[in-house]
Design a protein around this ligand. Structure first.
Ligand code: WT7
Length: 666
């Protein structure tokens, strides 16, 4: 949600008494932080040393061939699967639970009917067996790419880890994405193999996945093999002979004790590609390396989550997004943590499912989202108040700004007004958390809604249009020095990498977010400064939704903007110009909403569609989304001098007001 700066409690300071062993004054934090960024190479090397390398690096940081392309820990060799599995299996953690997985289905009393506990040794076994099959049966080799389109089941991390073991680069596509979105991502990565499942449970219903994959493959010719995990056990799954194979068949003759030597990959070897939305139609394949990425995850698991061996840790994200990659899979496994993983909806069968899960497993460290918190607030206090959440000792939120009201509610009901609770800022591109409270390193006073300070070793700032550091005023969030979780590039498009992130302010990373640095130096990220919106924390390019609308036969033009929503933070609203011969109607409106769900995915469905005869444009024909947004927000237009035809704005206003009256909303 774009948060208004005037609403923010810049001066409120909450000291967490229970954390007295690590409390820090703002001044002390700044002084120590200064030291960490004075020599980032030395500082991050001291962290990277805590991982187990097959071969030490020659240089902590080299630009190759030139900035902003960097190799962290150049010359070093390691393996992500070795560090997250073999290392623990060789220690007392061998029989420690890695994942506690809970499926969505419940019995008549509301108790889960499927709970699986996988120890580090179990995970190690399964990953080795799958890696063995990948190598010997599917012929996958270091540097190959695969796509993973799977629900929230333990087999999803198992595929990721098996790929990492071989140096195979994987691309996970969120299981809520449509066939078109999946095909685009397969084609860009040129994957030879896709891993999927028959489906999964969501709100008591079976969601089928294999059919989506079949549809995608029609326009994704690189796919040679499809491996299907039986999650639901439905028996009418279409299987294409020679191409499709059940997971159980693939593994049937693989020995239980199969062992695959983990590939010694270079530190800069790509671990994965993860597609994310930008301001143009084509999603960007963000590429993360191995050594730098894992170093940042190791650091943030300790500093941000203060992770301890006896903790039960739960991050509620879906592994289809970066939060899950970093903080359900690689980060916590690297630390040998016990991780809760839940398949289904937070409000199934009742709005207290999440609180039950916290109680059932005694969750200690909890990573959640603002949209979830606002949803629970709406359900009413009675759902949360009947649960004992006192095991939770630390929590954070992520994905979008958290409004102070939601922060206070969660801090009271989950945090008993006494535990550290931050809002961790980062993005797909940054690999891990960059601006956050760091209770495991040194905790400064909390302020409801802030992101806190840049973490150690990260040089973040807020600047004006000229790139000058500013305080107390809205500006752009930037990262001034390389950090180990930074992307290697955009897959197949290095020049776009430079243009998108390193050209607005030459040489520094431009995040695309508005932020304020307050007088104490705390950073408050306010929302996106570009044409990206966050719907329930999910990142969508307005352009993707527009392209989907335009691909419908009745639509000539479309402008999509994000508008604030009490629960989801933001929702997309579309202004649509119809092709001649088509008349606006409620049916068509419905049809277009369904269309967008099908083309992009359910999260992209516009909350409203407004039919107009023209869109506000500049004289050169560019749609002025900023003006469209002002109309929807009922705000003064600001500078509209480049607008070609003012009547377009009047029409949009009128149409929107009518719709507002009709639906009785504001
Ligand atoms: C965008 C990145 C990386 C976590 C999942 C989202 C917004 C993320 C916060 C926060 C305010 C936040 C930003 C950012 N965002 N966390 N704590 N406070 N805004 O990753 O999908 O790549 O989205 O999410 O706008 O640019 P993502």
């Amino acid at each position: 949600m774009s948060i208004e700066e005037k609403d923010l409690p810049f001066d409120e300071k909450i000291i967490i008494n229970k954390w007295s062993h690590k409390n820090m004054t703002i001044e002390d934090y700044k002084k120590l932080h200064e030291k960490t960024i004075a020599n980032i190479e030395e500082f991050w090397s001291s962290i990277a040393k805590e991982l187990d390398w097959f071969k030490p690096w020659d240089k902590p940081l080299v630009a190759d061939p030139q900035p902003p392309f960097y190799k962290w820990f150049a010359g070093g060799k390691l393996n992500a699967s070795y560090l997250t599995l073999d290392k623990h299996v060789a220690s007392w953690r061998k029989n420690k639970v890695a994942y506690i997985w809970e499926g969505e289905p419940v019995d008549s009393k509301g108790n889960p009917t499927e709970v699986r506990r996988l120890t580090y040794y179990d995970l190690y076994r399964e990953v080795n067996r799958l890696a063995y099959a990948m190598k010997t049966k599917l012929g996958l080799r270091k540097g190959d790419t695969i796509t993973i389109y799977m629900p929230m089941i333990p087999e999803l991390p198992i595929v990721m880890l098996a790929a990492a073991r071989l140096g195979v680069i994987f691309s996970v596509v969120f299981s809520g994405f449509s066939a078109t979105a999946l095909a685009d991502r397969i084609n860009d990565a040129k994957s030879r193999v896709i891993f999927t499942a028959d489906g999964f449970w969501r709100r008591g219903k079976q969601v089928r996945l294999k059919e989506v994959v079949d549809e995608a493959i029609k326009s994704a010719p690189s796919i040679e093999k499809v491996v299907v995990y039986r999650r639901l056990g439905i028996n009418d799954v279409p299987m294409t002979q020679g191409r499709d194979q059940w997971w159980s068949d693939l593994l049937s003759d693989v020995p239980v004790n199969a062992y695959i030597e983990p590939e010694h990959v270079e530190s800069e070897h790509p671990l994965y590609i993860l597609y994310t939305s930008g301001t143009t139609g084509k999603p960007k394949g963000i590429v993360h390396d191995t050594g730098g990425y894992l170093t940042e995850l190791h650091a943030t698991m300790k500093w941000v989550f203060d992770i301890k061996d006896d903790d039960v840790y739960w991050c509620v994200a879906d592994i289809g997004w970066v939060t899950g990659h970093s903080y359900i899979v690689f980060g916590p496994l690297l630390e040998g943590a016990t991780i809760v993983m839940y398949e289904g909806a937070p409000d199934y069968p009742a709005p207290d499912r999440w609180w039950q899960i916290i109680e059932r497993y005694g969750v200690n460290v909890y990573y959640t989202t603002p949209t979830a918190i606002r949803t629970f607030m709406k359900f009413g206090d009675e759902w949360i108040s009947k649960h004992d959440l006192s095991t939770v000792r630390l929590m954070h939120s992520v994905g979008e700004p958290i409004n102070p009201e939601a922060w206070r509610w969660a801090w009271k009901w989950i945090g008993r007004n006494e535990i550290p609770f931050g809002s961790t800022w980062w993005m797909t591109e940054t690999g891990g958390i960059l601006v956050s409270h760091v209770p495991g390193w040194g905790l400064i006073p909390l302020k409801p809604g802030t992101n806190g300070m840049p973490i150690p070793g990260v040089d973040a700032d807020v600047v004006d249009d000229e790139g000058k550091s500013i305080q107390g005023k809205r500006g752009y969030l930037i990262i001034k020095k390389p950090w180990p979780g930074m992307p290697l590039t955009i897959w197949g498009d290095p020049s776009r990498f430079v243009n998108v992130y390193f050209s607005k302010f030459p040489g520094v990373f431009y995040a695309g977010d508005w932020a304020i640095k307050d007088d104490d130096g705390y950073i408050w990220v306010l929302g996106r400064a570009d044409e990206v919106i966050k719907v329930a924390g999910h990142r969508l390019g307005t352009y993707e939704i527009e392209s989907a609308l335009i691909s419908h036969k009745a639509v000539a033009e479309a402008a999509v903007v994000g508008v604030p929503d009490q629960v989801k933070g933001e929702v997309p609203v579309a202004f649509v110009v119809l092709r001649s011969g088509n008349a606006p109607s409620d049916e068509l409106r419905k049809e277009l909403r369904v269309w967008v769900r099908q083309v992009v995915g359910p999260i992209a469905e516009p909350s409203n569609i407004i039919f107009v005869s023209k869109l506000p444009k500049t004289r050169s024909g560019k749609i002025m989304r900023r003006l469209v947004r002002q109309v929807v927000m009922n705000q003064p237009l600001g500078d509209a001098t480049t607008l070609e035809d003012e009547t377009s704005i009047d029409e949009a206003k009128k149409a929107y007001d009518e719709l507002r009256k009709e639906i009785g909303s504001t």
